[in-house]
Design a protein around this ligand. Structure first.
Ligand code: MLT
Length: 316
């Protein structure tokens, strides 16, 4: 009998990939990172896929994979997978919950500090040979009010990591009753969160209920010197409204790691603005997170195909 054929699409920690490849019960495609064209060519034969955010199994993709049984999202968010269609086709879907959450929370904190202290712009200016000290007066994070939208695993890690800055943390999350942190207080509405915070950091998953909720109305409630950080999902924020709010000075600045369309289009208006720091979806991109995520994904793949054990299933 032939062994299940596994394709790792969007990269994996080297040592973990070697271990997976050496598993006697699986046939693993020898490259851990493939172009979308290469993946398409392998789909007819694939039984299992490990993906990150670059590969987007939609209907058309899945229809090219008649032998596919299992997709593992090596990460947290599964919004890039048409889970309902997978369910219809009998394809199981899992993620690796928690494995990259610390890195995502740290990246949100890094974006906050970069925006507050203008380090990215100062670095670019220095490398152009300038010394523009007076242009880069920033702001402190110490004792600021940080509003966390979505108080799940990542939001709570961020709250913990912020502690040394002696912040006043507000959070909005209808699914969380109260916080274990004395310095974090639940608010009942998003409006209150956006109105009262000096910095708002988004940490909700992309759901029908969260798509586009951060729009001109909510942005209009923020303080004019407030900062918005998004290391969750791009489609939670209306990018046209964000552009206007930044351009018209309705908010002071922003730090964004995620976008409605990724990679961010080359003609995106956000790139014209000086008061936004952009990073290319790096939330989970640390060596530590990629090791943990890879280990979990590899173990789940082996369990599924060798022990008929489905771990961390995500349903539609
Ligand atoms: C995730 O959903 O796990 C994060 O966005 C990180 C990533 O995909 O790289």
């Amino acid at each position: 009998m032939s062994k299940p054929f596994i394709v790792v699409c969007d990269g994996m920690d080297k040592s973990v990939f070697e271990e997976l490849k050496n598993n006697d019960n699986l046939e693993v495609h020898p490259s851990p990172k493939l172009t979308q064209e290469e993946i398409r060519e392998l789909l007819p034969k694939a039984n299992g896929l490990v993906i990150r955010s670059a590969t987007k199994p939609n209907k058309e993709f899945i229809d090219q994979a008649p032998n596919l049984k299992y997709i593992i999202r090596a990460g947290e968010g599964t919004d890039n997978i048409d889970k309902a269609y997978c369910q219809e086709k009998g394809i199981k879907v899992s993620n690796t919950p928690g494995a990259n959450n610390n890195s995502a929370a740290e990246h949100a904190l890094a974006l906050m500090m970069t925006v507050l202290r203008k380090t990215a712009t100062a670095n670019a200016s220095m490398k152009e040979g300038k010394w523009e000290k007076s242009q880069f007066t920033g702001n402190e994070l110490w004792k600021k009010t940080v509003g966390i939208m979505g108080f799940g695993r990542i939001g709570q890690i961020l709250c913990k990591r912020l502690q040394g800055f002696e912040p006043n943390v507000l959070f909005f999350d209808p699914g969380v009753k109260e916080s274990e942190f004395s310095y974090a207080k639940k608010v009942d509405t998003l409006e209150e969160l956006f109105t009262k915070s000096d910095i708002v950091s988004i940490h909700t998953p992309l759901l029908d209920a969260t798509k586009g909720v951060v729009n001109s109305e909510l942005l209009g409630k923020m303080k004019s010197d407030a900062i918005l950080v998004n290391a969750a999902r791009g489609k939670i924020v209306n990018e046209d409204d964000l552009y206007s709010a930044l351009k018209e000075g309705k908010i002071k600045a922003a730090g964004f790691d995620v976008f409605a369309n990724e990679p961010l289009e080359s003609e995106s208006k956000l790139k014209e603005l000086d008061n936004i720091v952009l990073t290319p979806h790096l939330g989970g991109s640390t060596e530590e997170a990629q090791f943990r995520v890879g280990e979990m994904a590899a173990n789940q793949m082996i369990e599924f195909f060798t022990n008929d054990n489905l771990l961390n299933e995500v349903k539609a």
